[in-house]
Ligand binder design. Structure first.
Ligand code: NOJ
Length: 561
Protein backbone atom coordinates (compact mmCIF):
# COMPACT_ATOMS: atom_id res chain seq x y z
CA UNK A 1 0.00 0.00 0.00
CA UNK A 2 1.32 3.43 -0.79
CA UNK A 3 0.40 6.62 1.03
CA UNK A 4 1.93 8.88 -1.61
CA UNK A 5 4.46 10.22 0.82
CA UNK A 6 7.05 7.47 1.14
CA UNK A 7 10.70 8.43 1.62
CA UNK A 8 11.80 6.86 -1.68
CA UNK A 9 9.55 9.14 -3.72
CA UNK A 10 11.85 12.09 -3.21
CA UNK A 11 15.05 10.60 -1.77
CA UNK A 12 18.56 11.35 -2.95
CA UNK A 13 20.38 8.04 -2.90
CA UNK A 14 24.17 7.77 -3.02
CA UNK A 15 25.67 4.79 -4.80
CA UNK A 16 28.66 3.26 -3.06
CA UNK A 17 30.82 1.02 -5.22
CA UNK A 18 32.49 -0.82 -2.34
CA UNK A 19 35.77 -1.73 -3.99
CA UNK A 20 36.49 1.91 -4.85
CA UNK A 21 35.04 3.86 -1.91
CA UNK A 22 37.38 3.43 1.05
CA UNK A 23 39.90 0.77 2.08
CA UNK A 24 39.37 0.57 5.83
CA UNK A 25 41.10 -2.75 6.48
CA UNK A 26 44.09 -1.65 4.43
CA UNK A 27 45.11 -5.00 3.07
CA UNK A 28 44.85 -5.05 -0.65
CA UNK A 29 44.03 -1.69 -2.25
CA UNK A 30 40.37 -2.72 -2.40
CA UNK A 31 37.65 -0.87 -0.54
CA UNK A 32 35.63 -2.70 2.12
CA UNK A 33 32.69 -2.51 4.51
CA UNK A 34 34.80 -1.21 7.41
CA UNK A 35 35.96 1.65 5.18
CA UNK A 36 32.37 2.46 4.25
CA UNK A 37 31.22 2.52 7.88
CA UNK A 38 34.05 4.87 8.86
CA UNK A 39 33.21 7.30 6.08
CA UNK A 40 29.42 7.44 6.51
CA UNK A 41 29.51 10.79 8.35
CA UNK A 42 30.88 12.39 5.15
CA UNK A 43 27.70 11.31 3.37
CA UNK A 44 25.51 12.73 6.11
CA UNK A 45 27.43 15.99 5.76
CA UNK A 46 26.84 15.84 2.00
CA UNK A 47 23.12 15.62 2.70
CA UNK A 48 21.95 12.40 1.04
CA UNK A 49 19.03 10.38 2.37
CA UNK A 50 20.13 6.85 1.59
CA UNK A 51 22.94 4.70 0.28
CA UNK A 52 22.91 1.89 -2.24
CA UNK A 53 25.73 -0.63 -1.94
CA UNK A 54 26.84 -2.37 -5.12
CA UNK A 55 27.50 -6.11 -4.52
CA UNK A 56 29.71 -7.10 -1.60
CA UNK A 57 28.67 -10.78 -1.64
CA UNK A 58 30.90 -13.83 -1.93
CA UNK A 59 32.21 -13.74 -5.48
CA UNK A 60 35.20 -14.66 -7.62
CA UNK A 61 35.04 -11.01 -8.77
CA UNK A 62 35.07 -11.80 -12.47
CA UNK A 63 32.60 -8.95 -12.98
CA UNK A 64 33.47 -6.90 -9.91
CA UNK A 65 31.00 -8.78 -7.70
CA UNK A 66 28.07 -8.94 -10.17
CA UNK A 67 29.00 -12.63 -10.35
CA UNK A 68 27.63 -13.85 -7.02
CA UNK A 69 28.72 -17.18 -5.53
CA UNK A 70 26.73 -16.80 -2.29
CA UNK A 71 23.91 -14.28 -2.00
CA UNK A 72 23.77 -14.50 1.78
CA UNK A 73 27.37 -13.88 2.78
CA UNK A 74 30.05 -11.22 2.45
CA UNK A 75 33.13 -11.75 0.32
CA UNK A 76 36.26 -11.84 2.50
CA UNK A 77 37.79 -9.04 0.40
CA UNK A 78 35.01 -6.77 1.69
CA UNK A 79 34.81 -8.13 5.25
CA UNK A 80 32.29 -10.27 7.11
CA UNK A 81 28.58 -10.45 7.76
CA UNK A 82 29.32 -8.90 11.16
CA UNK A 83 30.89 -5.93 9.34
CA UNK A 84 27.70 -5.60 7.33
CA UNK A 85 25.58 -5.59 10.48
CA UNK A 86 27.80 -2.86 11.95
CA UNK A 87 27.54 -0.82 8.76
CA UNK A 88 23.79 -1.15 8.65
CA UNK A 89 23.39 -0.21 12.30
CA UNK A 90 25.62 2.84 11.88
CA UNK A 91 23.82 3.97 8.71
CA UNK A 92 20.47 3.78 10.46
CA UNK A 93 21.80 5.59 13.55
CA UNK A 94 22.93 8.36 11.23
CA UNK A 95 19.49 8.52 9.62
CA UNK A 96 20.55 6.96 6.32
CA UNK A 97 18.42 4.31 4.62
CA UNK A 98 20.28 1.35 3.16
CA UNK A 99 19.65 -0.38 -0.15
CA UNK A 100 21.59 -3.44 -1.28
CA UNK A 101 22.07 -4.91 -4.73
CA UNK A 102 20.26 -8.04 -5.87
CA UNK A 103 21.63 -9.91 -8.89
CA UNK A 104 18.91 -12.35 -9.99
CA UNK A 105 19.53 -12.76 -13.73
CA UNK A 106 22.66 -14.84 -13.29
CA UNK A 107 24.94 -16.33 -10.67
CA UNK A 108 28.67 -16.90 -10.71
CA UNK A 109 29.77 -20.16 -12.29
CA UNK A 110 31.24 -20.86 -8.84
CA UNK A 111 27.86 -20.67 -7.12
CA UNK A 112 26.96 -24.04 -5.56
CA UNK A 113 23.81 -24.17 -7.72
CA UNK A 114 25.87 -24.07 -10.90
CA UNK A 115 28.60 -26.37 -9.65
CA UNK A 116 25.88 -28.93 -8.85
CA UNK A 117 24.24 -28.35 -12.23
CA UNK A 118 27.51 -29.03 -14.03
CA UNK A 119 28.02 -32.24 -12.05
CA UNK A 120 24.46 -33.44 -12.72
CA UNK A 121 23.06 -35.17 -15.79
CA UNK A 122 21.60 -33.38 -18.77
CA UNK A 123 17.89 -32.87 -18.15
CA UNK A 124 18.28 -33.14 -14.36
CA UNK A 125 16.52 -30.75 -11.93
CA UNK A 126 19.92 -29.24 -11.12
CA UNK A 127 20.50 -28.41 -14.79
CA UNK A 128 16.96 -27.01 -14.85
CA UNK A 129 18.02 -24.11 -12.62
CA UNK A 130 19.95 -22.65 -15.57
CA UNK A 131 19.42 -22.44 -19.32
CA UNK A 132 21.20 -25.48 -20.77
CA UNK A 133 20.35 -26.45 -24.35
CA UNK A 134 21.60 -28.82 -27.03
CA UNK A 135 23.65 -27.16 -29.73
CA UNK A 136 22.68 -26.92 -33.38
CA UNK A 137 24.56 -28.53 -36.25
CA UNK A 138 25.39 -32.17 -36.89
CA UNK A 139 27.04 -32.81 -33.53
CA UNK A 140 25.62 -29.91 -31.57
CA UNK A 141 28.76 -27.95 -32.35
CA UNK A 142 26.87 -24.69 -33.00
CA UNK A 143 25.31 -22.59 -30.23
CA UNK A 144 21.54 -23.01 -29.72
CA UNK A 145 20.86 -19.53 -31.12
CA UNK A 146 22.66 -16.42 -32.37
CA UNK A 147 22.51 -14.27 -29.22
CA UNK A 148 25.53 -12.18 -28.28
CA UNK A 149 26.75 -11.41 -24.78
CA UNK A 150 26.34 -7.80 -23.64
CA UNK A 151 30.08 -7.82 -22.95
CA UNK A 152 30.90 -9.00 -26.50
CA UNK A 153 31.26 -12.45 -28.05
CA UNK A 154 28.66 -15.23 -28.04
CA UNK A 155 26.13 -15.62 -25.21
CA UNK A 156 26.63 -19.41 -25.07
CA UNK A 157 29.41 -21.63 -23.75
CA UNK A 158 29.64 -25.35 -24.39
CA UNK A 159 30.36 -27.66 -21.48
CA UNK A 160 32.56 -30.72 -21.45
CA UNK A 161 31.10 -33.95 -20.09
CA UNK A 162 32.97 -35.92 -17.39
CA UNK A 163 34.17 -38.35 -20.11
CA UNK A 164 35.77 -35.45 -21.97
CA UNK A 165 33.25 -35.29 -24.83
CA UNK A 166 31.53 -31.98 -25.65
CA UNK A 167 28.07 -31.62 -24.09
CA UNK A 168 25.30 -29.03 -23.94
CA UNK A 169 25.59 -25.27 -24.03
CA UNK A 170 24.58 -22.81 -21.29
CA UNK A 171 23.35 -19.25 -21.76
CA UNK A 172 25.17 -16.25 -20.30
CA UNK A 173 23.98 -12.83 -21.40
CA UNK A 174 27.09 -11.40 -19.72
CA UNK A 175 30.44 -13.13 -19.06
CA UNK A 176 31.00 -16.89 -19.45
CA UNK A 177 31.40 -16.93 -15.68
CA UNK A 178 27.83 -15.56 -15.24
CA UNK A 179 25.35 -18.31 -16.27
CA UNK A 180 21.75 -17.10 -16.61
CA UNK A 181 19.23 -18.64 -14.24
CA UNK A 182 16.03 -20.13 -15.62
CA UNK A 183 13.26 -18.04 -14.11
CA UNK A 184 10.65 -20.48 -15.36
CA UNK A 185 11.89 -22.74 -12.56
CA UNK A 186 9.71 -22.53 -9.41
CA UNK A 187 12.79 -23.65 -7.47
CA UNK A 188 14.73 -20.56 -8.60
CA UNK A 189 11.82 -18.32 -7.66
CA UNK A 190 11.71 -19.83 -4.19
CA UNK A 191 15.44 -19.31 -3.63
CA UNK A 192 15.13 -15.62 -4.38
CA UNK A 193 12.19 -15.12 -2.05
CA UNK A 194 14.45 -16.54 0.65
CA UNK A 195 17.32 -14.25 -0.35
CA UNK A 196 15.06 -11.19 -0.17
CA UNK A 197 13.88 -12.25 3.29
CA UNK A 198 17.45 -12.89 4.43
CA UNK A 199 18.40 -9.24 3.83
CA UNK A 200 15.02 -7.84 4.89
CA UNK A 201 15.40 -9.73 8.17
CA UNK A 202 18.69 -7.88 8.61
CA UNK A 203 16.87 -4.61 8.20
CA UNK A 204 17.72 -3.35 4.73
CA UNK A 205 15.38 -0.73 3.31
CA UNK A 206 15.37 -2.17 -0.18
CA UNK A 207 17.09 -3.57 -3.22
CA UNK A 208 18.48 -2.27 -6.46
CA UNK A 209 17.65 -5.06 -8.90
CA UNK A 210 20.31 -5.85 -11.48
CA UNK A 211 19.23 -6.48 -15.09
CA UNK A 212 15.59 -6.21 -14.03
CA UNK A 213 14.48 -6.42 -17.67
CA UNK A 214 16.30 -9.67 -18.44
CA UNK A 215 15.14 -12.47 -16.17
CA UNK A 216 12.53 -14.00 -18.46
CA UNK A 217 13.45 -15.05 -22.00
CA UNK A 218 11.01 -15.54 -24.88
CA UNK A 219 9.72 -19.08 -25.32
CA UNK A 220 11.85 -21.12 -27.67
CA UNK A 221 14.80 -18.72 -27.37
CA UNK A 222 14.42 -17.47 -30.98
CA UNK A 223 17.31 -15.96 -32.95
CA UNK A 224 17.52 -12.19 -32.85
CA UNK A 225 19.57 -9.66 -34.76
CA UNK A 226 19.75 -6.30 -33.01
CA UNK A 227 19.52 -3.09 -35.03
CA UNK A 228 22.92 -1.93 -36.30
CA UNK A 229 23.39 1.13 -34.04
CA UNK A 230 25.56 0.24 -31.02
CA UNK A 231 24.07 -0.80 -27.71
CA UNK A 232 23.77 0.05 -24.06
CA UNK A 233 24.41 -1.69 -20.76
CA UNK A 234 22.16 -4.66 -21.22
CA UNK A 235 19.64 -2.70 -23.18
CA UNK A 236 20.57 -2.73 -26.81
CA UNK A 237 18.97 0.67 -27.19
CA UNK A 238 20.57 3.89 -28.37
CA UNK A 239 19.50 6.94 -30.33
CA UNK A 240 17.43 8.45 -27.59
CA UNK A 241 15.56 11.10 -29.51
CA UNK A 242 13.65 8.85 -31.93
CA UNK A 243 12.85 6.43 -29.13
CA UNK A 244 11.43 9.13 -26.93
CA UNK A 245 9.39 10.25 -29.88
CA UNK A 246 8.15 6.70 -30.25
CA UNK A 247 6.58 7.22 -26.84
CA UNK A 248 3.04 6.28 -27.82
CA UNK A 249 3.92 3.29 -29.93
CA UNK A 250 4.98 -0.06 -28.58
CA UNK A 251 8.57 -1.05 -29.22
CA UNK A 252 8.45 -3.18 -32.38
CA UNK A 253 11.87 -4.73 -31.84
CA UNK A 254 11.94 -6.04 -28.28
CA UNK A 255 14.80 -8.56 -28.12
CA UNK A 256 13.71 -12.01 -26.93
CA UNK A 257 15.93 -11.65 -23.85
CA UNK A 258 14.75 -8.23 -22.61
CA UNK A 259 11.49 -6.80 -21.34
CA UNK A 260 9.33 -9.90 -21.73
CA UNK A 261 5.83 -9.51 -20.38
CA UNK A 262 6.16 -12.43 -17.96
CA UNK A 263 8.98 -10.78 -16.03
CA UNK A 264 6.36 -8.68 -14.26
CA UNK A 265 4.95 -11.69 -12.38
CA UNK A 266 8.24 -11.90 -10.55
CA UNK A 267 8.08 -8.31 -9.36
CA UNK A 268 4.48 -8.64 -8.23
CA UNK A 269 5.62 -11.62 -6.18
CA UNK A 270 8.57 -9.69 -4.69
CA UNK A 271 6.30 -6.73 -3.97
CA UNK A 272 4.33 -9.06 -1.73
CA UNK A 273 7.47 -10.28 -0.02
CA UNK A 274 8.41 -6.68 0.83
CA UNK A 275 4.88 -6.09 2.12
CA UNK A 276 5.48 -8.78 4.75
CA UNK A 277 7.80 -6.28 6.44
CA UNK A 278 7.09 -3.05 8.28
CA UNK A 279 8.28 0.26 6.98
CA UNK A 280 8.61 1.59 3.48
CA UNK A 281 10.83 -0.80 1.54
CA UNK A 282 11.84 -0.24 -2.03
CA UNK A 283 12.74 -2.18 -5.16
CA UNK A 284 14.60 -0.16 -7.79
CA UNK A 285 14.82 -1.59 -11.30
CA UNK A 286 17.97 -1.45 -13.33
CA UNK A 287 16.05 -1.90 -16.56
CA UNK A 288 17.42 -0.49 -19.82
CA UNK A 289 14.01 -0.21 -21.41
CA UNK A 290 12.68 2.37 -23.82
CA UNK A 291 10.37 4.11 -24.43
CA UNK A 292 9.67 5.46 -20.97
CA UNK A 293 6.01 4.48 -21.24
CA UNK A 294 7.23 0.88 -21.30
CA UNK A 295 9.72 1.35 -18.47
CA UNK A 296 6.83 2.66 -16.37
CA UNK A 297 5.39 -0.87 -16.36
CA UNK A 298 8.13 -1.82 -13.87
CA UNK A 299 6.78 0.67 -11.34
CA UNK A 300 3.08 -0.05 -11.46
CA UNK A 301 1.53 0.07 -7.99
CA UNK A 302 1.88 -3.67 -7.37
CA UNK A 303 5.44 -4.03 -8.71
CA UNK A 304 8.60 -2.06 -7.98
CA UNK A 305 8.81 1.42 -6.50
CA UNK A 306 11.59 2.94 -8.61
CA UNK A 307 13.24 2.41 -12.01
CA UNK A 308 16.38 4.25 -13.06
CA UNK A 309 15.54 6.79 -15.72
CA UNK A 310 18.31 5.91 -18.17
CA UNK A 311 16.59 7.85 -20.94
CA UNK A 312 17.41 10.94 -18.89
CA UNK A 313 21.00 9.79 -18.38
CA UNK A 314 21.42 9.31 -22.12
CA UNK A 315 19.98 12.68 -23.08
CA UNK A 316 22.54 15.04 -24.61
CA UNK A 317 23.18 18.44 -22.99
CA UNK A 318 20.74 20.26 -25.27
CA UNK A 319 17.74 22.32 -24.19
CA UNK A 320 15.02 20.81 -26.42
CA UNK A 321 16.05 17.21 -25.69
CA UNK A 322 16.17 17.86 -21.95
CA UNK A 323 12.77 19.55 -21.85
CA UNK A 324 11.31 16.72 -23.83
CA UNK A 325 12.74 13.90 -21.72
CA UNK A 326 11.55 15.61 -18.53
CA UNK A 327 8.03 15.96 -19.95
CA UNK A 328 7.89 12.40 -21.22
CA UNK A 329 9.32 11.07 -17.94
CA UNK A 330 6.85 12.89 -15.74
CA UNK A 331 3.95 11.83 -17.92
CA UNK A 332 5.03 8.18 -18.04
CA UNK A 333 5.78 7.76 -14.34
CA UNK A 334 2.85 9.86 -13.13
CA UNK A 335 0.50 7.68 -15.16
CA UNK A 336 1.35 4.77 -12.83
CA UNK A 337 1.64 6.81 -9.64
CA UNK A 338 5.44 6.46 -9.39
CA UNK A 339 8.20 9.07 -9.07
CA UNK A 340 10.78 9.50 -11.79
CA UNK A 341 14.18 8.30 -10.60
CA UNK A 342 16.77 10.62 -12.14
CA UNK A 343 20.38 9.58 -12.58
CA UNK A 344 23.40 10.93 -14.46
CA UNK A 345 26.24 8.58 -13.49
CA UNK A 346 26.86 5.08 -12.19
CA UNK A 347 29.55 2.38 -12.31
CA UNK A 348 28.60 1.31 -15.87
CA UNK A 349 28.69 4.58 -17.78
CA UNK A 350 31.25 7.25 -18.61
CA UNK A 351 31.15 9.75 -15.72
CA UNK A 352 28.96 12.67 -16.67
CA UNK A 353 31.78 15.14 -16.00
CA UNK A 354 33.34 13.62 -19.12
CA UNK A 355 30.37 12.24 -21.01
CA UNK A 356 28.66 15.60 -21.44
CA UNK A 357 31.68 16.94 -23.34
CA UNK A 358 32.30 13.94 -25.62
CA UNK A 359 32.35 14.95 -29.26
CA UNK A 360 32.07 11.48 -30.81
CA UNK A 361 29.44 8.80 -30.37
CA UNK A 362 30.21 6.50 -27.45
CA UNK A 363 27.70 3.71 -26.82
CA UNK A 364 27.09 2.84 -23.17
CA UNK A 365 29.48 0.23 -21.84
CA UNK A 366 32.16 0.98 -24.43
CA UNK A 367 34.04 3.44 -22.22
CA UNK A 368 36.72 5.83 -23.39
CA UNK A 369 40.44 5.24 -23.58
CA UNK A 370 43.59 6.63 -25.11
CA UNK A 371 42.56 5.81 -28.68
CA UNK A 372 38.90 6.89 -28.46
CA UNK A 373 37.80 9.61 -30.87
CA UNK A 374 36.21 12.83 -29.61
CA UNK A 375 37.74 12.84 -26.15
CA UNK A 376 36.22 15.42 -23.80
CA UNK A 377 37.81 18.69 -22.75
CA UNK A 378 37.95 18.37 -18.97
CA UNK A 379 36.95 21.92 -18.00
CA UNK A 380 33.96 21.92 -20.33
CA UNK A 381 32.84 18.51 -19.09
CA UNK A 382 32.97 19.58 -15.45
CA UNK A 383 31.18 22.83 -16.15
CA UNK A 384 28.36 21.01 -17.92
CA UNK A 385 28.23 18.31 -15.26
CA UNK A 386 27.79 20.90 -12.51
CA UNK A 387 25.03 22.57 -14.48
CA UNK A 388 23.38 19.23 -15.29
CA UNK A 389 23.45 18.13 -11.65
CA UNK A 390 22.03 21.43 -10.46
CA UNK A 391 19.20 20.91 -12.94
CA UNK A 392 18.59 17.29 -11.95
CA UNK A 393 18.51 18.02 -8.22
CA UNK A 394 15.78 20.60 -8.76
CA UNK A 395 13.43 18.05 -10.35
CA UNK A 396 10.60 16.33 -8.49
CA UNK A 397 11.15 12.64 -7.80
CA UNK A 398 14.09 10.65 -6.54
CA UNK A 399 17.71 11.01 -7.68
CA UNK A 400 20.74 8.74 -7.52
CA UNK A 401 24.30 10.05 -7.21
CA UNK A 402 27.37 7.96 -7.98
CA UNK A 403 30.31 8.16 -5.58
CA UNK A 404 32.85 10.74 -6.71
CA UNK A 405 30.51 12.84 -8.83
CA UNK A 406 30.16 15.21 -5.89
CA UNK A 407 33.91 15.77 -6.27
CA UNK A 408 33.56 16.46 -10.00
CA UNK A 409 35.64 13.40 -10.89
CA UNK A 410 36.21 12.88 -14.58
CA UNK A 411 36.40 9.50 -16.32
CA UNK A 412 39.95 8.15 -16.17
CA UNK A 413 40.86 7.81 -19.83
CA UNK A 414 44.50 6.80 -19.77
CA UNK A 415 44.44 3.66 -17.63
CA UNK A 416 47.24 1.36 -18.76
CA UNK A 417 45.96 -1.67 -20.69
CA UNK A 418 47.42 -4.07 -18.13
CA UNK A 419 45.44 -2.42 -15.31
CA UNK A 420 42.05 -2.90 -16.95
CA UNK A 421 39.75 -5.49 -15.37
CA UNK A 422 36.33 -5.10 -16.98
CA UNK A 423 35.31 -8.35 -18.75
CA UNK A 424 34.15 -6.15 -21.66
CA UNK A 425 37.78 -5.25 -22.34
CA UNK A 426 38.82 -8.91 -22.48
CA UNK A 427 35.80 -10.25 -24.35
CA UNK A 428 36.18 -7.64 -27.10
CA UNK A 429 39.97 -8.03 -27.21
CA UNK A 430 40.42 -4.38 -26.35
CA UNK A 431 38.00 -3.09 -28.95
CA UNK A 432 35.82 -1.63 -26.14
CA UNK A 433 37.61 -0.08 -23.19
CA UNK A 434 34.76 -0.93 -20.85
CA UNK A 435 33.89 0.61 -17.52
CA UNK A 436 37.09 0.73 -15.47
CA UNK A 437 37.50 4.46 -16.13
CA UNK A 438 34.55 5.34 -13.89
CA UNK A 439 35.55 2.86 -11.17
CA UNK A 440 38.89 4.26 -10.03
CA UNK A 441 39.12 4.57 -6.20
CA UNK A 442 37.98 8.00 -5.09
CA UNK A 443 40.21 10.64 -3.44
CA UNK A 444 39.59 11.70 0.16
CA UNK A 445 42.72 13.54 1.30
CA UNK A 446 44.89 15.45 -1.14
CA UNK A 447 48.20 14.92 0.63
CA UNK A 448 47.98 11.26 1.55
CA UNK A 449 49.14 8.22 -0.44
CA UNK A 450 46.28 6.96 -2.66
CA UNK A 451 44.62 10.29 -1.72
CA UNK A 452 43.52 8.73 1.56
CA UNK A 453 41.65 5.87 -0.12
CA UNK A 454 43.46 3.45 2.19
CA UNK A 455 46.41 3.27 4.54
CA UNK A 456 48.65 1.23 2.24
CA UNK A 457 48.75 3.71 -0.62
CA UNK A 458 47.56 0.96 -2.94
CA UNK A 459 44.47 1.09 -5.12
CA UNK A 460 43.17 -1.73 -7.32
CA UNK A 461 43.04 0.60 -10.32
CA UNK A 462 45.75 3.28 -10.52
CA UNK A 463 44.62 6.78 -9.57
CA UNK A 464 45.70 9.68 -11.80
CA UNK A 465 48.63 11.78 -10.56
CA UNK A 466 46.63 15.00 -10.88
CA UNK A 467 43.67 14.15 -8.63
CA UNK A 468 44.73 16.07 -5.49
CA UNK A 469 42.48 19.06 -6.29
CA UNK A 470 39.47 16.71 -6.47
CA UNK A 471 40.07 15.28 -2.99
CA UNK A 472 37.24 15.82 -0.54
CA UNK A 473 39.38 17.68 1.99
CA UNK A 474 40.62 20.04 -0.75
CA UNK A 475 37.02 21.03 -1.55
CA UNK A 476 35.41 20.95 1.87
CA UNK A 477 34.37 24.46 2.95
CA UNK A 478 35.73 25.99 -0.27
CA UNK A 479 33.06 28.23 -1.76
CA UNK A 480 32.31 27.31 -5.36
CA UNK A 481 33.88 23.83 -5.16
CA UNK A 482 31.87 21.01 -6.68
CA UNK A 483 31.47 19.40 -3.26
CA UNK A 484 29.99 22.60 -1.81
CA UNK A 485 27.73 23.01 -4.85
CA UNK A 486 26.29 19.53 -4.19
CA UNK A 487 25.90 20.25 -0.48
CA UNK A 488 24.07 23.48 -1.14
CA UNK A 489 21.82 21.91 -3.77
CA UNK A 490 20.91 19.02 -1.46
CA UNK A 491 20.23 21.32 1.48
CA UNK A 492 18.00 23.63 -0.58
CA UNK A 493 16.27 20.68 -2.22
CA UNK A 494 15.36 19.35 1.21
CA UNK A 495 14.40 22.75 2.63
CA UNK A 496 12.15 23.54 -0.35
CA UNK A 497 10.84 19.96 -0.61
CA UNK A 498 11.61 19.96 -4.34
CA UNK A 499 11.48 16.16 -4.52
CA UNK A 500 7.75 16.27 -3.84
CA UNK A 501 7.10 19.24 -6.09
CA UNK A 502 6.32 19.59 -9.78
CA UNK A 503 7.57 21.18 -12.99
CA UNK A 504 5.85 24.30 -14.33
CA UNK A 505 7.60 25.37 -17.54
CA UNK A 506 8.42 29.05 -17.85
CA UNK A 507 7.80 30.43 -21.35
CA UNK A 508 9.68 33.13 -23.20
CA UNK A 509 13.15 31.61 -23.30
CA UNK A 510 15.28 30.49 -26.25
CA UNK A 511 15.87 26.90 -27.30
CA UNK A 512 19.03 26.48 -25.23
CA UNK A 513 17.29 27.42 -22.01
CA UNK A 514 15.54 24.98 -19.69
CA UNK A 515 13.44 27.11 -17.34
CA UNK A 516 10.83 25.96 -14.87
CA UNK A 517 9.37 26.61 -11.49
CA UNK A 518 9.25 23.95 -8.80
CA UNK A 519 7.43 25.32 -5.74
CA UNK A 520 9.43 28.15 -4.27
CA UNK A 521 12.31 27.85 -6.72
CA UNK A 522 12.81 29.02 -10.30
CA UNK A 523 15.41 26.99 -12.17
CA UNK A 524 17.12 28.29 -15.28
CA UNK A 525 19.70 26.16 -17.09
CA UNK A 526 21.60 27.56 -20.05
CA UNK A 527 22.74 24.58 -22.14
CA UNK A 528 24.17 26.79 -24.89
CA UNK A 529 27.55 28.49 -25.16
CA UNK A 530 26.29 32.07 -25.34
CA UNK A 531 25.46 34.06 -22.21
CA UNK A 532 21.87 35.24 -21.81
CA UNK A 533 20.20 37.81 -19.64
CA UNK A 534 19.41 36.58 -16.14
CA UNK A 535 15.96 37.49 -14.80
CA UNK A 536 16.03 39.59 -11.63
CA UNK A 537 15.61 37.73 -8.36
CA UNK A 538 17.35 36.36 -5.31
CA UNK A 539 19.95 33.82 -6.37
CA UNK A 540 19.84 30.71 -4.21
CA UNK A 541 22.40 28.66 -6.10
CA UNK A 542 24.52 28.95 -9.18
CA UNK A 543 26.66 26.25 -10.79
CA UNK A 544 29.22 28.89 -11.86
CA UNK A 545 30.23 32.35 -10.76
CA UNK A 546 27.81 34.87 -12.31
CA UNK A 547 28.46 38.22 -13.93
CA UNK A 548 26.00 41.03 -13.16
CA UNK A 549 22.61 40.21 -14.64
CA UNK A 550 24.14 37.59 -16.92
CA UNK A 551 23.67 33.81 -17.08
CA UNK A 552 26.76 32.40 -18.81
CA UNK A 553 26.67 29.32 -21.05
CA UNK A 554 26.61 25.82 -19.50
CA UNK A 555 25.36 27.19 -16.20
CA UNK A 556 22.31 26.56 -14.01
CA UNK A 557 20.87 28.96 -11.43
CA UNK A 558 18.15 28.61 -8.83
CA UNK A 559 16.26 31.81 -7.98
CA UNK A 560 13.76 32.34 -5.23
CA UNK A 561 10.33 32.30 -6.88
C1 NOJ B 1 24.47 -4.33 -14.56
C2 NOJ B 1 25.52 -3.96 -13.56
O1 NOJ B 1 25.35 -2.64 -13.16
C3 NOJ B 1 26.83 -4.20 -14.26
O2 NOJ B 1 27.92 -3.66 -13.57
C4 NOJ B 1 26.98 -5.68 -14.47
O3 NOJ B 1 28.17 -5.94 -15.19
C5 NOJ B 1 25.79 -6.24 -15.25
N1 NOJ B 1 24.54 -5.74 -14.80
C6 NOJ B 1 25.75 -7.74 -15.12
O4 NOJ B 1 25.42 -8.09 -13.80
Amino acid sequence: MTNGNEWWRSAVIYQIYPRSFSDGIGDDGLGDLVGITERLPALVELGVDAIWLSPFYTSPQKDAGYDVADYCDVDPVFGTLADFVTLEKRAHELGLKLIVDLVPNHTSDQHRWFVEAMAADEGSPERGRYIFRDGKGKDGELPPNNWDSVFGGPAWTRVTRPDGTPGQWYLHLFDTSQPDLDWDSPWVREQFRDILRFWLDRGVDGFRVDVAHGLVKADGLPDYTPPASGGSMGGGTVGLEPEIEAHAADDPATPPYWAQERVHEIYRDWHNVLEEYDGERVLCAEAWVEPLSKLALWVRPDEMQQAFNFSYLETPWEGPAIRKVIDVSLEAFTSVGAPSTWVLSNHDVVRHASRLALTAENPQGHGIGPKSPGKPVRELGLRRARAATALMLALPGSAYLYQGEELGLPEVIDLPDEARQDPTWFRTHGERYGRDGCRVPIPWEADKPSYGFGPTGRSWLPQPADWAPYARDAQRGVAGSTLELYRLALALRAEQDLGMGGVEWLPGHGDDIVAFRNGGVIVIANTGEAAVELPAGEILLSSERLGDGILPGDTTVWLRA
